[in-house]
Ligand binder design. Structure first.
Ligand code: ADP
Ligand code: ZN
Length: 521
């Protein structure tokens, strides 16, 4: 902009044409404009972009926006240009000629905003060149990509910490829609944002109805779900490419307008299918998570999970694509024990190190906890992101409370076992102690001499695991993933141990007790 706006609100009104800021936008913009750092956690569609676009216009120099989404950069640039903002992008997909033009504009201070991929920013002479220019700010979009525990890990993101040293006077803003504590900690540590103010928006999506079904006859259940929604557009997520093809084909055979989308398809067909999904009504996109970032369709009426996703973050991000227009939308998921077993096998067989495997395993457990919960899904989902809420009255559990069984006795045994063994062990060992197993580890620690030894031998492993998952996902136990998945009691565990609070479990996982059942581990 040649003549810049006078204030943040002026920019919002005159450049972007919006009357008022949403949520925390005004505070975030103030923090960056005045030269401070910020970590912004806001759900998809919350309005993160304005948080750096407006400071870009208010501060002197070029604002550098680091983004992994090369495919979307040109769209973002065009959108900015349409508003009269001088923007450009640099990434590996540009010709040398275009790239050269952008660099020339950069040098002659003709840019307000530069979108750049992390590789390009860190390459060759880019940083020295920026050091010689006035830089308004650095925005690091999709900042969760620094976290190696997430599914979007980009190694180059870890190197962005150098910006702190090389540009100590330039404000930095990291933005993400992934908000669990671990990702948050990773971002702060890797990007050196120790002094950043953290802005955490509510992750509640009140118009989405969450429901989770036991997977019995997957295809028929899906078809039944889709029957009453034939005129709506929606996404069905599957775990594998092959499954996508099968399910899409099967739906088509049953008269449903279904398309497939996965990374194994040609780029051509992928973009054709994506365009049809964007433009036509009533299309079901049967996709892997390759279909995700950059979907810009506000009226997706449902997101169905045919298979269990890998984590609550993934689930939240995928379901977040439903109902961005604010109208009622559905998040519907099917799961089975077989899904869990399969995912665990993936984790075990992966190349990851032990710590990594435990973290991924813990994330899967948290998701299973969400599936198994008998209380409000929304409450539990938000609790995972550190937010407290009251029962929503709109999820499956609120609308049709599941039949439950009092599992307080098991919960007390499990918690006592954690306590008596010194809060130094993970689930597998604790279950061994409860079940009275004869292992080397038990003998080494003398756990066969404890009062809790074998007090749970009548209850099978699978039930104990369900009990532990519930205790974790309800916040009675916390897991230390960095030290072998050790479980510790939280303050909330006390009322259960003292018999002041009950623990309810879903009937079907709570009642499958038999002495003879084969040990699973
Ligand atoms: P995010 O990056 O958090 O997913 P975006 O920055 O793409 O979200 O914003 C989502 C949508 O909301 C965009 O269409 C944007 O123009 C719009 N938007 C953002 N802030 C405001 C506001 N203060 N008033 C009106 N619309 C807004
Ligand atoms: Zn609810």
């Amino acid at each position: 902009m040649l003549t810049g706006p006078k204030s943040a609100l002026d920019a919002l009104n005159t450049v972007f044409g919006y009357p008022a800021f949403r949520g925390l936008q005004a505070d975030i913009i103030e923090q960056i404009t005045s030269g401070g750092d910020a970590l912004v956690l806001m759900p998809t569609g919350g309005g993160k972009s304005l948080c750096y676009q407006i400071p870009a216009l208010l501060r002197h120099g070029v604002a550098v926006v680091v983004s992994p989404l090369i495919a979307l950069m040109q769209d973002q640039v065009s959108a900015m240009e349409e508003l009269g903002v001088r923007a450009a992008c640099l990434n590996s997909s540009l010709s040398a000629e275009i790239g050269g033009q952008v660099l020339r504009k950069l040098r002659t201070s003709e840019l307000d905003l530069l979108y750049v991929s992390p590789e390009r920013l860190l390459m060759g002479d880019m940083l020295p060149m920026l050091e010689s220019l006035p830089v308004a700010l650095f925005a690091i979009d999709e900042a969760h990509c620094v976290s190696q525990w997430g599914h979007d890990f980009r190694p180059e993101y870890r190197q962005l910490g150098v910006l702190a040293e090389r540009f100590p006077d330039v404000p930095r803003i990291a933005l993400t829609a992934t908000a669990d504590q671990q990702t948050r900690d990773d971002i702060v540590r890797e990007l050196r944002l120790e002094n950043a103010r953290q802005f955490i928006s509510s992750f509640d999506r009140p118009n989405i109805r969450y429901s989770v079904a036991d997977k019995v006859k997957a295809r028929e259940q899906l078809l039944e779900f889709l029957e009453s929604r034939r005129r709506d557009s929606g996404i069905v997520y599957c775990l594998s490419r092959k499954r996508c093809e099968e399910v899409a084909g099967w739906l088509c055979d049953h008269g449903i307008k279904a398309l497939a989308y996965h990374a194994g398809m040609s780029a051509d067909l992928r973009s054709k299918n994506q365009q049809r999904f964007q433009r036509e009504d009533g299309i079901v996109m049967v996709a892997t998570i390759a279909f995700g970032m950059g979907i810009d369709k506000p009226d997706v009426r449902y997101v169905a999970h045919y298979d269990l996703p890998k984590s609550i973050e993934g689930y939240y991000q995928e379901t977040g694509r439903a109902g961005r227009d604010g109208d009622p939308a559905e998040a519907w998921m099917m799961w089975s024990t077989a899904d869990i077993v399969q995912q665990r096998r993936f984790i075990e067989e992966s190349e990851a190190g032990d710590v990594h495997k435990r973290v991924i395993g813990g994330k899967l457990d948290a998701l299973v906890g969400l599936c198994e919960t008998v209380s409000c899904r929304r409450v539990q989902l938000l609790a995972y992101f550190g937010e407290s809420a009251t029962p929503c009255g709109n999820c499956d559990n609120c609308l049709n409370p599941p039949s439950v069984r009092d599992a307080t006795a098991e919960a007390q045994k499990a918690l006592s076992c954690v306590y008596r063994t010194g809060q130094r062990f993970g689930v597998a060992h604790l279950i061994d102690v409860l079940r009275g197993a004869d292992t080397e580890k038990i003998r080494r620690f003398g756990h066969h001499e404890l009062g809790v030894y074998s007090i749970g031998q009548d209850t099978i492993d699978a039930v104990w695991r369900g009990v532990f998952r519930q205790l974790i996902s309800n916040g009675f136990l916390e897991v230390d993933h960095e030290s072998f998945g050790v479980l510790k009691l939280t303050a909330a565990a006390k009322p259960i141990l003292k018999g002041e609070q009950k623990v309810m479990l879903r009937e079907h996982i709570a009642s499958t007790t038999t002495k003879k059942e084969k040990r699973e581990r």
